[in-house]
Design a protein around this ligand. Sequence first.
Ligand code: MG
Ligand code: MG
Length: 258
Amino acid sequence: MIPIKTDEEIEIQRQSSLLVGKTLAEVARHIRPGVKTIELDKVAEEFIRDHGAVPGFKGYGGFPATLCISLNDAVVHGIPGDVELKDGDIVSIDCGTYMNGFYGDSAYTFPVGEVDEEVLLLLERTKQSLYLGIEQAVAGKRVKDIGYAIQTYVEGFGYGVVRDLVGHGVGRNLHEEPEVPNFGRRGTGPKLKPGMCLAIEPMITLGTKDVYQERDGWTIRTRDGKPAAHFEHDIAVREGKADILSSFDEIEKVLNNK
Ligand code: MG
Ligand code: MG
C-alpha cells in the first residue's frame, strides 16, 4: 500500500523537509578543508534539536549519527568520524529530521575547496537529473518514469546509475512504499496519485555503477574508487506539477556567499 497524504499532512511533512534544508545550510557554513566530519554531525544535531525536531537517522536501523557523510568514492551511508575534509574532496551529506510525526529526508553533495572540473560537472548534472526526475512525478505517470528520466540523462554523459540503492516513499515512516529506482523502463511501476510523497535521490557515479559495502556495515563505495554524487528532495505528487517539499535555497545562499 502506498500511503496517500491529506493536504494537511503534507503541510506538516513540509516543515520537516524544510528543516533538513536549513540544517544542511548550517552545515554548509562549516564545510572547509580541515574540519572533521564528526564536527559537522554535531552542528547538525544541535541545529535540529534547537528547532524542536529530532534527528531522523540517529538510531534508525542502528545508524550511530545524525548525518550520513560520504566522501568522494563513498556514495551514501558514510559514518561521521575523525576524518578531515581536504581541498579537492566532494562530500555528500544526507540528513533526516523527525517532527510532529513526519520525516524529512534530503541530501546534497558539496565541493570542498578547489574541485576538478569533471567532478564539478558530475555534481551539477546529478542535481539536474534530480529535477528531471521530479518533473515526471505527477499524477497519472508511473514510478519508473522518474528513474527513466534520471537514467537517460546521466547515462548520456557516460555516468553510472547505482542500482543497489533507491529512493522511496516518505512520511510517517522514513522509508515507505514505493521504491523509487533511479533507472527503469518508462511507463512501468505503480501509478502515481496525488498525495503520494516520495524521496527522489539519484546516486550517480563518474565510473562504474557497481558498489560495495564497507566492513563498517554502512558505507557504500564505488567498486572502481571513482567519485559519486547524491542529491535528494522530498516531493508530493500533484496533478500537473510535483510539489517540492524540501529546498536547496538556504544551502545555495550559503554556497554563493562563500
Ligand atoms: Mg536521504
Ligand atoms: Mg532517502
